[in-house]
Design a protein around this ligand. Structure first.
Ligand SMILES: Nc1ncnc2c1ncn2[C@@H]1O[C@H](COP(=O)(O)OP(=O)(O)OP(=O)(O)O)[C@@H](O)[C@H]1O
Ligand SMILES: [Mg+2]
Length: 266
């Protein structure tokens, strides 16, 4: 038996680009892992916007109102400090909180804001796995790479790829030589298009340069949008007591979440 104390695997969902689906994926992964029997905590480092916090609260309210016992992650909100002077103290508080809860769960999922601030930076320092949702938009791709579209050459890393590179160096200096970085497609258009093929090819290529694995991920589906107010996920649809009609899109969406969860193990 190992003497090493149990430590939760920490999954950070991050991209220096708003609206790519970080909070949606955080919630779906949390429910997926809970359904698999793991103990899961979620942390909302985007405490100002609080999308994940509201998502979890909506789930609690929906369960209470309908007498349901769905899996709900233990949730922690991290609000930004009121002023600059309090940031060091706040970072110590966050560190102590993570040390305290790390032994209690199998997984901790941290949602981050869509732009860089000290909480965004701090969250990445705890990552064992980093999941970066990426749409099939050439605008969003700029966070990962500056591409010359004339000859499809990668000219330079994007601002987020640069940030992850710096983070990897800091983690390595603290003895953590491997960051399991996954770029996960999200809101991917269902139709075939030259644009989508180009982006997927680029992500495969950039992944080899910058050290991430590319998961095709989640398509653009109304179902991912419409469940927020009830705090539900695509994984809950066929649970007893809900009686929701399962469409082929629901089944395909469930498969997408399963594939993403399986992709986490390198
Ligand atoms: N696969 C998907 N298909 C359709 N809509 C999606 C999908 N994923 C997310 N969305 C929707 O896209 C919007 C942004 O998603 P979400 O809030 O999860 O992104 P975010 O990266 O957390 O944003 P922010 O940077 O503002 O925190 C929401 O309206 C959400 O419901
Ligand atoms: Mg969010």
């Amino acid at each position: 038996m190992s003497d090493t104390p149990h430590q939760a695997h920490i999954i950070v969902i991050g991209n220096e680009k708003g609206g790519t689906g970080k909070s949606t994926i955080a919630m779906h992964l949390a429910v997926k892992l809970l359904n698999e029997g793991f103990s899961v905590a979620t942390m909302d480092f985007d405490g100002r916007q609080s999308s994940l916090t509201k998502y979890v609260q909506n789930r609690k309210n929906f369960c209470a109102a309908n007498g349901l016992h769905l899996g709900i992650p233990e949730h922690y909100v991290v609000k930004p400090a009121a002023d600059y002077a309090r940031i060091p103290e706040d970072l110590n508080r966050i560190h102590d909180l993570i040390l305290d809860i790390r032994g209690r769960y199998d997984a901790i999922i941290i949602d981050t804001p869509g732009s860089k601030n000290y909480l965004f930076e701090a969250a990445h320092q705890y990552a064992d796995t980093l999941i970066t949702p990426m749409t099939d938009s050439l605008v969003d791709m700029g966070a990962l790479a500056d591409i010359d579209f004339a000859d499809a050459r990668v000219k330079a890393p994007g601002h987020y790829a640069d940030f992850v590179w710096e983070t990897k160096k800091q983690l390595a200096a603290r003895g953590k030589s491997f960051l399991n970085w996954i770029v996960c497609g999200n809101k991917i258009s269902a139709t075939r298009s030259r644009n989508k093929e180009f982006i997927f090819e680029q992500l495969e290529k950039i992944g080899k340069l910058y050290g991430f694995r590319f998961c095709p991920g989640l398509k653009d589906r109304v179902i991912y949008r419409e469940l927020f107010l009830e705090g539900l996920t695509v994984l809950d649809m066929n649970l007893p007591g809900l009686n929701r009609r399962m469409t082929t899109s629901h089944l395909a969406a469930k498969m997408e979440i399963k594939n993403l969860a399986e992709f986490i193990c390198p």
